[in-house]
Design a protein around this ligand. Structure first.
Ligand code: S3P
Length: 429
């Protein structure tokens, strides 16, 4: 197990470009595999999670070639996947498991989806239940609650599903299964979750209808291979943005980063807290907003109340947002974020424990946390609990602490962002 020993730094300075967005990259791989014709995905996401998706697609017969800085995917249409000769290993990645389950439900062959010790504890009823309603034969431990999942075909029919939770993975699973169903398939969410599946489907020619929080995929959509550009990962950028915001004297430029409105809640909240963040250019490429950011450190940050409505737009950034809140004056309250308890680890528990060990005044709540900031962190020894976002968030907290810190078990960072340490080293002063 490897650890980080972290010495505090003075500030962050430089210009960076992030690897492709993990969430969009999964969609790019899956949908180009289901498209007719060649797709070229420019730049490669090298995190283990996306590699799990890639390897599983290969195991189902998709031809994918790696070129210098791009992937060529030779899609042969919706029903071209083949029965895999082995278990589909999803590693740590719930996105891989939940999205592929939707695709495989419509394929009419037998397969088993499994993963690591963390993934095997993640809730799957949220997808097995609607898939069963569509007619899929899908099984899992404890009546479809936990992986491994087994799928054994079944003719799918379109349903209308009203999801009890705002979850892009659930929504995407059902929409992907909908590509294979008789009749239209729609999902309504209680709050808007990230919409990358909808955008990528539309970009590749899928027939979709969006009416506020209801998304419908029409029967008989056909996808067409294309050139795909995936913007830089805003969730990865969030760690460096947080570092720049809390350290006076910082100046960080981030180029070509994704600015999809369903993903940029973190930026909006930081700006409301008083951070100096400027969007210096923005355009739309392959249906996704992308732009450059300029972040300057040292402005007075103020605590804020973050309510459930915006949570899906910053769900993965909450651990690092809690770090920023430690450096803000007054109280920050995060509510309506119980979903964090079902991530790679219980992220509410893990970040509260980690930051408290570093000296923060932070209180755990059932659906969030309360942080009383303004007192410099002293630093300390804390655990990632095998969760990449906890490991990276605590690393950023340690940069702004008084003394050295140790973060235990940081290998998990490779699941999403193997370049994290190198980039951080290059911009640390
Ligand atoms: C993701 C959706 C979110 C997010 C996860 C990636 C996706 O999960 O936390 O990191 O790519 O669809 P939920 O759908 O469980 O909210």
């Amino acid at each position: 197990m490897s650890n980080f020993q972290i010495t505090p730094i003075r500030y962050i300075k430089g210009e960076i470009e992030l690897p492709p967005d993990k969430s969009i990259f999964h969609r790019a791989l899956i949908l180009s595999s289901l498209a007719q014709g060649k797709s070229k995905i420019k730049k490669i996401q090298r995190g283990e999670d996306c590699l799990s998706t890639l390897n599983n697609l290969k195991l189902m017969g998709v031809k994918i070639e790696e070129k210098k800085e791009s992937l060529l995917v030779y899609g042969e249409g919706l029903r071209s996947l083949k029965e895999p000769p082995d278990i589909l290993n999803c590693g740590n990645s719930a996105t891989t498991m939940r999205l592929l389950a939707g695709v495989i439900a419509g394929q009419g062959f037998y397969s088993v989806l499994s993963g690591d010790e963390y993934l095997k504890k993640r809730p799957m009823k949220r997808i097995t239940e609607p898939l069963r309603k569509m007619g899929a034969k899908v099984f899992g431990r404890e009546d479809g609650q936990f992986p491994p999942l087994t799928l054994a075909g079944g003719r799918l029919r379109g349903i209308h599903y009203s999801s009890p939770i705002p979850s892009a993975q659930v929504k995407s699973c059902i929409l992907l299964a909908g590509l294979f169903a008789e009749g239209d398939t729609s999902v309504t969410e209680p709050l808007q979750s990230r919409d990358h599946t909808e955008r990528m489907l539309r970009y590749l020619g899928g027939d979709l209808e969006i009416d506020n929080l209801k998304v419908t995929v029409k029967e008989g959509s056909v996808l067409e291979g294309k050139k795909i550009f995936v913007p830089g990962d805003i969730s990865g950028a969030a760690f460096f943005i947080a570092g720049a915001v809390i350290l006076g004297g910082s100046e960080l430029k981030i180029i070509n980063v994704g600015l999809n409105p369903t993903r940029r809640g973190f930026l909006d909240i930081l700006i409301r807290m008083g951070a100096e963040i400027e969007i210096i250019s923005q355009k739309t490429k392959c249906e996704e907003e992308v732009g450059n950011l300029l972040i300057k450190g040292g402005s007075e940050l103020e605590g804020i109340v973050i309510e459930k409505e915006i949570i899906p737009q910053l769900i993965d950034e909450i651990p690092v947002l809690a770090v920023v809140a430690c450096f803000a004056q007054g109280e920050t309250v995060i509510r309506g974020a119980k979903e964090l308890r079902f991530k790679e680890t219980d992220r509410i528990k893990a970040i509260v424990e980690g930051l408290r060990k570093m000296g923060a005044n932070i209180e755990e709540k059932e659906d969030g946390m309360v942080i009383r900031g303004g007192k410099k962190l002293k630093g300390g020894e804390c655990q990632s609990y095998g969760d990449h976002r906890i490991a990276m968030a605590l690393t950023i907290a340690a940069l702004g602490a008084k003394k050295k810190s140790k973060i235990i078990d940081v290998e998990c960072i490779n699941t999403s962002f193997p370049e994290f340490r190198e980039i951080l080293k290059n911009i640390s002063v």
